[in-house]
Design a protein around this ligand. Structure first.
Ligand SMILES: C[S@@+](CC[C@H](N)C(=O)[O-])C[C@H]1O[C@@H](n2cnc3c(N)ncnc32)[C@H](O)[C@@H]1O
Length: 274
């Protein structure tokens, strides 16, 4: 991985747009992030009983810190040494109670910093899908765990946003929704990198049908509106909204918890499907 970094650390034009989106809306992120908050809570709870080896703990794409707060609520013994908060977006890190007074932005497209070698626990929620190569980064994260170290991950996967895709097809305009990785590709990447899965589950969420305009506005206020496609022209947007079906926007969210086998340790008793 040798991306060209710009002055603020982002590695590609797309990452720049992701950064701009989240940076502009940092003040409203948590007001809009109900789904992210609920998923963070579930993931934190799944980490409640994990036996942690020695080694660093980090929240990857931590943003304002929802996931780390959920982890610490379930594991108060970690409050003295909270997870390292890695993110590219300084505006969100500035609102993160665990990011410290002078947070450094980190672009996860560059892999992980050397200080995270032999990690005891790597956590990430709603961030991996924004990276250039989600499956490749997942394999890289898995390889940075200590023997016996854990990865706990949540992200939206392919199958989400079908309402939006249907509207774009019907309107004959490009779909500017983020294209999301497939759950089976991610699971394969994690297991090929040597992870034993303890928990693997796909959850389905939907946002009540409030029409296309309201839905797109919600994503913008969340900061999550960056697209790999050029923006629609005004006429295309009107057509898209006119064809938006009367159906809720859906998210398929993959939750994974896995462990790098401990040297000479017994294999995990899998809790699948959990
Ligand atoms: C939807 S927010 C999720 C934040 C937090 N994990 C949560 O659950 O609320 C996505 C986060 O990923 C971060 N992100 C996106 N691309 C990134 C990159 N290349 N490097 C580091 N962080 C990135 C964004 O800045 C943002 O904080």
């Amino acid at each position: 991985m040798t991306p060209v970094l710009s002055a603020d650390g982002a590695s590609s034009a797309f990452s720049q747009r992701v950064l701009t989106g989240f940076g502009r809306q940092a003040a409203s992120y948590e007001l809009q992030a109900r789904l992210q908050q609920g998923v963070a809570w579930r993931l934190g709870r799944l980490c409640r009983d994990l036996p942690l080896a020695a080694g660093p703990i980090a929240d990857l794409g931590a943003g304002s810190g929802l996931l780390s707060r959920a982890l610490l609520a379930h594991r108060p013994e970690l409050v003295q040494a909270p997870p390292l908060q890695l993110d590219l977006c300084l505006e969100l890190l500035a609102r993160n109670p665990h990011a410290g007074p002078a947070p450094c932005p980190w672009d996860l497209n560059r892999g992980l910093p050397p200080s995270l070698s032999g990690a005891a626990l790597l956590l990430s929620s709603f961030a991996l899908q924004w990276l250039e190569d989600p499956a490749g980064e997942l394999a890289h994260w898995s390889g940075r765990l200590a023997p016996g170290g854990w990865l706990a991950l949540a992200l939206p996967v392919a199958g989400s946003f079908d309402t939006w895709q249907a509207a774009a097809r019907a309107a004959a305009v490009p779909c500017t929704a983020l294209s999301l990785p497939r759950a089976d590709t991610l699971i394969q990447a994690a297991t090929s990198a040597g992870l034993e899965l303890r928990h693997s589950q796909q959850l389905h969420f939907s946002r009540p049908d409030q029409g296309g305009l309201d839905t797109l506005r919600h994503l913008r206020q969340l900061g999550a509106s960056a697209s790999r496609q050029p923006p629609l022209a005004a006429g295309q947007l009107r057509r898209l909204l006119a064809h938006w079906p009367n159906a809720p926007l859906r998210w398929d969210v993959l939750l994974l918890v896995g462990r790098r086998p401990a040297a000479g340790g017994r294999p995990l008793k899998s809790g699948l499907p959990a």
